[in-house]
Structure formats: structure tokens, C-alpha cells
Design a protein. Structure first.
Length: 119
């Protein structure tokens, strides 16, 4: 298995990118500071997770754009109903994606700038 797929798999399972064992989150939105298995400090520097906003924003923008065109061409809802669906997507999707966006960002960082001890 390529290293890239291994890191994506760890990100999707919300576990440490270095060892693949320690969970990243201790609640819905709260992260552990370090990996319980290998001791990796997840937040590399202050503001590190700002990068995850790009992932979250990109997925939300693409999803809402595709949904807009589907709703527009399906033409089964009124304009107000279409707007309600789109507003719900742009509010709820970033909340639902929060954990995976952070995890994918952490995996991307490990892929591009590896920290030692990767198993
Ligand atoms: Zn770890």
C-alpha cells in the first residue's frame, strides 16, 4: 500500500498519522493534544489547524455548487425551497466535516513534511 493511501486511511479513521493507533479526538470537537500511543503533538504550531479550513471550505463549496445545479435543473422545488436546502448545506456540512477536515490536514502535513517515527 502506498504511503499516500495509508495516510488518507488514517485521516479518514481519525487516528494519528504517524502511528495509526492513537485517536485524534476525545469528543465531538475536542482533540487530544498528543497521541496516546506515540506521543506526537498534533498541533504542530499555533494556528496549525487553520489549514483545515481550506479543506472544509472546498468540500462545502463544491457540494453546494453541485447541489445548486441539481436543484436548478431538477426544477421540483420552489426557489425559496432551493435556497433553504442550500443554506442548510452551507451551515451543517462544515460542522459535520470539522473532524475529518482537521484529520485530513494533519495527514497532508505528515505526507508533505514527515515527522519522524512513521510506522
Ligand atoms: Zn501516534
Amino acid at each position: 500500500m502506498s504511503r499516500y493511501l495509508k495516510l488518507v486511511g488514517r485521516a479518514l479513521r481519525l487516528v494519528c498519522p504517524v502511528c495509526g493507533r492513537g485517536p485524534l479526538f476525545k469528543g465531538l470537537f475536542r482533540m487530544h493534544e498528543t497521541c496516546s500511543h506515540c506521543g506526537l503533538k498534533f498541533e504542530r504550531e499555533p494556528g496549525f489547524f487553520l489549514g483545515s479550513i481550506y479543506i472544509n471550505y472546498g468540500i462545502t463549496a463544491i457540494t453546494s455548487l453541485v447541489t445548486y445545479f441539481i436543484l436548478f435543473f431538477a426544477n421540483v422545488l420552489t426557489d425559496t425551497q432551493n435556497m433553504a436546502v442550500l443554506v442548510a448545506i452551507v451551515i451543517l456540512l462544515p460542522i459535520l466535516l470539522h473532524r475529518h477536515a482537521r484529520s485530513l490536514w494533519l495527514g497532508f502535513d505528515q505526507w508533505q513534511d514527515p515527522r519522524p517515527g512513521e510506522e
